[in-house]
Design a protein around this ligand. Structure first.
Ligand SMILES: Cc1ncc(COP(=O)(O)O)c(C=O)c1O
Length: 440
């Protein structure tokens, strides 16, 4: 006992000494600690530029102008310019919650019902390619993640192939293939003089592409131009791909959103399959089902035989395992519930037509307002373009005027998202456009 008491006494007197030492050295401050901290090994990491599309929303949020208008990001808004959750999504979520399902991992290739539904949407239920088992489909992280898995597949199995991307295109295409180390080049697409398709330029560039190249095609509602090939032009592009041995890779981000009809908007990939071509397709439910943040989509490969499909799927799984292991469950369950339930599917089609119809209506109103305010210019391209966007032809200086003077936020390539416009704002936007065209 005595020994223990002595030990405790020693400890406490040492602690008192320690306190004394600390109080005797008040210079041991934060300044001294900082002096010994080494420079960061990341000091040379350069600041990345803001994303040209998502950066527009950041600038919009920072603006205090009460008239501000966000026409940058491609997300649907209702007539009050508010984000929308579709009724069918709410109903599907209700059904899912009532089943009290678990949150276990999905398999690498994703939810079976979702994969089936997604391939059905793309090719049409009962399509021969599905019956013959020559379709490989992997659920992935929406359109972007599906494109990235496709890019990884190209990098690994089509070594040295160049991907031909339309000029202009959705800004992220270059990042996706570039970051995967896949070489990409532009093919001509847009003719500023006609505000239409440069079909001659497209044909020449694809004819000059080396056999074995990949051609990235927007399945419908080309982003950013809103200009799609006609059915005859699609057929000619399919023939060209066949003759030149080019692999078409369709980016289908707007199925049902372009015309309000899921089948019409799948015309191009279906035609290519009909003509005997093998295709890659990335599909997204961001826009047509409004599942933006849930990250719901798939990479689909339609190939010549079942054995190739089986082997390709095994390799897609291998790539996905290292990229993100397995895809998220919730959004895929919603999409599967909507597509596989007849009542919900029919209601979805009505809601989709409603979204596409509202965009078509404000297109018409904007064109009419511009024609009234500036009749010397031809504005008919606005209703000729389809989908979410209009490619206005405004120069970067004119876009700066739109933003700095009128608080209209849009990408510097002159693209506006009509999903961010309502009838009440049409006059304001038309005045801003006319001022920018006349004075900049
Ligand atoms: C042409 C195109 N492809 C792909 C995407 C990918 O979208 P997400 O990753 O949200 O499905 C978009 C989105 O704006 C797009 O416009």
């Amino acid at each position: 006992m005595l020994q223990i008491a002595k030990m405790l006494q020693n400890v406490s007197s040492r602690a008192a000494g320690a306190r004394h030492v600390f109080s005797a050295r008040p210079v041991c401050s934060r300044v001294n600690f900082q002096a010994v901290r080494a420079a960061s090994r990341f000091a040379d990491v350069a600041q990345a530029p803001p994303d040209p599309i998502l950066g527009v929303s950041e600038a919009f949020r920072a603006s205090t102008n009460p008239n501000k208008l966000n026409l940058g990001v491609g997300a649907y808004r209702d007539e009050d310019l508010k984000p929308v959750v579709l009724n069918v999504v709410k109903k599907a979520e209700g059904n899912i919650f009532s089943r009290n399902e678990n949150k276990e991992y999905l398999s690498i290739e994703g939810l079976e019902g979702f994969r089936r539904a997604t391939v059905d949407l793309l090719l049409g239920q009962g399509h021969p390619a599905i019956q013959e088992g020559r379709v490989a489909a992997i659920q992935s992280l929406s359109g972007t993640g599906s494109l990235r898995v496709g890019a990884a597949f190209i990098a690994r199995f089509l070594k040295g192939a160049t991907v031909y991307i339309s000029n202009p295109t959705w800004g992220n295409h270059r990042n996706i293939f570039g970051d995967e180390g896949v070489e990409w080049k532009h093919y001509r697409y847009f003719d500023a003089a006609t505000v239409g398709l440069d079909f001659k330029g497209l044909t020449e560039d694809l004819t000059a592409a080396p056999p074995g190249s990949v051609v990235l095609l927007h399945g419908c509602a080309h982003n950013p131009t809103g200009v799609d090939p006609t059915p005859e032009q699609w057929a000619a592009i399919a023939d060209l791909c066949k003759e030149r041995n080019l692999l078409p890779f369709f980016d289908v981000a707007y199925q049902g959103f372009a015309t309000g009809d899921l089948d019409k908007d799948a015309f191009a990939p279906r035609l290519f399959v009909e003509r005997g071509l093998e295709i890659l397709v990335s599909q997204s439910y961001s826009k047509n089902l409004g599942l933006y943040g849930e990250r719901v989509g798939a990479l689909v490969m339609v190939v010549q035989d079942k054995e190739s499909a089986t082997r390709c799927l095994s390799q897609l799984k291998r790539l996905a395992r290292a990229l993100y292991s397995n895809p998220p469950t919730h959004g895929a369950k919603i999409a599967a519930e909507v597509v596989n339930n007849k009542e919900l599917f029919d209601e979805w089609k009505v809601e989709m037509r409603g979204m596409a119809g509202r965009i078509e209506r404000v297109r018409g109103e904007l064109q009419a307002a511009l024609e009234a305010k500036c009749p010397q210019k031809d504005w008919s391209f606005i209703t000729r373009q389809i989908g979410m966007f209009s490619f206005t032809g405004l120069s970067p200086a004119q876009v700066d005027n739109m933003t700095n003077k009128h608080a209209v936020y849009m990408t510097r390539d002159g693209r506006i998202s009509l999903a961010g416009l309502n009838s009440a704002k049409v006059e304001y936007l038309a005045d801003a456009i006319v001022d920018s065209v006349r004075n900049c």
